[in-house]
Write a protein that binds this ligand. Sequence first.
Ligand code: C5P
Length: 403
Amino acid sequence: MSGADAIAGKRIVLGVSGSIASYKAADIASKLMQAGALVDVVLTRSAQEFITSLTFRSLTHRLVITDLFDANSEDPLEHVEIARQADAIVIAPATANVMAKLTHGLADDALSTIVLASEAPVLIAPAMEHHMWANTATQVNVATLKERGFNFAGPNEGRLASGAVGSGRLVETAEILEALGEILAANQDLAGRHIVVSAGGTQEPIDPVRVVTNRSSGKQGYAFAEAARDRGARVTLVTAASLANPAGIKVVKVESARQMLAAVSDALNDAADALVMAAAVADWEPISAAGQKMKKVEGQDRLTIEMQKTPDILAQVSGLPGIKVGFAAETEDLLNNARAKLEGKKLDMIVANDVSATDAGFAVDTNRVVILDKSGGQEDLPLMSKREVADTVLDRVCGLFSG
Ligand code: C5P
């Protein structure tokens, strides 16, 4: 995939800080739009002295973020959502002040907060007076940021706004797009693959208003779907969770285990390369759901609902296309139980986690897992974000594709 192709369909946060070069960010926003990106512009307070939010709103057709506490914003946690959804953050122009804030992890305005809250790659295009660029404080900050994986474009040598000639000029828009395209294309090892992911806890109906369900949040499954998408895969997410639909992913909403079996089977038959079965599928379903809401009956203190086993989705789809990755959420004897499931359900790999730990498993954003594979391999991973777990497991899936 070329760099330019990699920008199409991506969510890019464009952070603009206050420099005489701020006006050039309008061209960057426009070119990103032309390349097919969805652009969220974030202006620092000083950027707004040089250029208005109206310019960017007109170019991107989207609200522009100018304040961490925007009274007009519908969602008070908007910046967290934007940080989570971003495929990349571009800061152009980046002042010495913004880079100093990022180096120290400050989060005192919308832009610095979004960068701190995001796991997306960051591209910084500095622009400033050449003494500020050459200053040891700035150079030490740049070195620290580079060490932490921040990417830089420029600055270039040339005539600066002060009239002096030196290093500090914002690079041309084309160079920023090229650098961004390379960053986005760097990890496209799932390009051309169809990855099916299931997520959330299924709901088995008791009557039209009541269900049997579990505490799964769906977060780990969504992290898998987003990670696979960002690595270039076509993704079908079969979900019983009620989280927001991620961009660029085909979402199939289901409720029960039976509906999930049908949707997963359909998706696998659509030339799937892998299934990551992160859903917490109910093991039992009421034998027959009541047609009407069940009423309380005077004098009745107990209710017995007869349940039967749900279909085991993984076991049933073992003959369909794709590498199969299952999950084992256990509260005891983790490894033995997980290995038994790996073999019983004929999986290629199983991701085992102890859901009794408070920092792993349901609802939280972190997970500590062990990956077991069918050739007897075992890999104990440290505490990670759910996104990191997803990327590590997808690395192993890629290993199976090439092996
Ligand atoms: O047997 P257990 O429910 O512990 O197995 C967990 C794994 O099996 C998970 O990957 C889950 O999504 C999957 N599963 C399934 N169908 C079921 C129950 C669980 O595919 N009915």
